[in-house]
Design a protein around this ligand. Structure first.
Ligand SMILES: Nc1nc2c(ncn2[C@@H]2O[C@H](COP(=O)(O)OP(=O)(O)OP(=O)(O)O)[C@@H](O)[C@H]2O)c(=O)[nH]1
Ligand SMILES: [Mg+2]
Length: 328
């Protein structure tokens, strides 16, 4: 019996042949199945198409997983800076991410809920700070890529569960991981015989679940992680301590916000440039465009300078919240 295939079916078949990606092939194949006239003469072809569709679907699924598995230890940096959260199972890393950012991580009473790193953006005033939730640090179960993730971040948050009874062991594991990651807490003076390739970074310990504690457990956790590290009791559940933490996460990045302004126009206060502490007018011009930097003659500054609109040269060091008018 002839199949009597219709022109729209043939069109879909042409699209299938011309498809450049798995997704396009998948879409065209689904159309072919939908457009296939259904009668005795197309029974075999229908069964064949369904089989090919199932195979294609599993290939696409496989490719997607392969892609995700390829580099779980790299999370693209976005916003003003990146903090990585590290901690024992159930410490509350994901609950913290959910409380501080717009991300929606899975949260569970059981350990190892989080399987892959998950970033979220924390709004702070007019900037966004990136936090990265990670799978737990636990003896024999720590994902090897966590060391890389910590090394490449701008700062590390060690999340401790003050109510847990294995506080000392998990503090030890976290400190070992920092060492493996070659992250040196910025508050610690660098010894003369410091190992090479260290990333000197802000490291902050959080005593989470402070709602379950009168302060006694927090003190024990602080001693376990090292009293020289900044330590902040917080509760991801009640929100206690989180406002202070937001400010700290911005401040410890040691960055400034500056607002660029064109002569004769109002500054764009909604979109600050974020630069490292100590950045100059030249650094800002470079960030705007390299041509702007090379053509720069002087700048005018509103903010911390002696008087508003003061003329400065390219070596002038900027301060947080300066408004800068670049003149070429
Ligand atoms: N009382 C209290 N419970 C909390 C707090 N933060 C988290 N929890 C609870 O602790 C459990 C674990 O929270 P998660 O955020 O999933 O912990 P996690 O560190 O991400 O755990 P893993 O992904 O397994 O490593 C959940 O039942 C949370 O509701 C807190 O501040 N106080
Ligand atoms: Mg988690």
């Amino acid at each position: 019996m002839p199949a009597n295939l219709t022109p729209p079916y043939h069109d879909a078949e042409e699209r299938f042949k011309a498809a450049a990606t798995h997704e396009e092939r998948l879409a065209a194949m689904r159309e072919m199945i939908a457009l296939l006239p259904k009668h005795k003469g197309t029974e075999k072809l229908y069964a064949d198409l369904k089989k090919r569709l199932a195979k294609l679907e599993s290939e696409v699924e496989h490719a997607a997983h392969g892609g995700r598995r390829a580099d779980p230890g790299h999370v693209k940096r976005e916003g003003a800076g990146q903090w990585v959260l590290l901690g024992e199972p159930n410490a509350g890393k994901s609950t913290l991410l959910a409380a501080l950012t717009h991300a929606h991580p899975e949260i569970g009473e059981y350990p190892f809920t989080t399987r892959v790193p998950l970033p979220g953006m924390m709004p702070f005033e007019d900037v966004q700070v990136q936090l990265v939730d990670t799978p737990a640090v636990a003896a024999g179960h720590t994902e090897p890529y966590l060391a890389n993730l910590a090394h490449n971040a701008d700062g590390v948050l060690l999340v401790l569960d003050v109510a847990a009874d294995d506080g000392e062991d998990s503090a030890k594991l976290l400190l070992e991981l920092l060492e493996k990651a070659r992250v040196w807490p910025r508050v610690r003076p660098l010894p003369a015989d410091a190992p090479p390739f260290l990333a000197v970074r802000p490291v902050i310990a959080l005593g989470n679940k402070s709602d379950l504690d009168d302060g006694t457990f927090a003190e024990m956790a602080r001693e376990a992680i090292g009293t020289d590290l900044p330590f902040h009791p917080v509760s991801a559940l009640s929100g206690a301590g989180l406002d202070d933490l937001r400010l700290l996460l911005w401040r410890e990045l040691r960055r400034i916000r500056v607002y660029a302004k064109e002569p004769g126009k109002k500054p764009d206060l909604a979109a600050p440039f974020v630069l490292p502490d100590g950045a100059t007018v030249h650094d800002l011009a470079e960030r705007v465009h390299k041509d702007v930097a090379s053509a720069l003659r002087f700048a005018r500054i509103w903010g911390h300078a002696k008087f508003d609109g003061q003329q400065v040269d390219r070596a002038h060091v900027l301060a947080d919240r300066d408004v800068v008018e670049l003149h070429s």
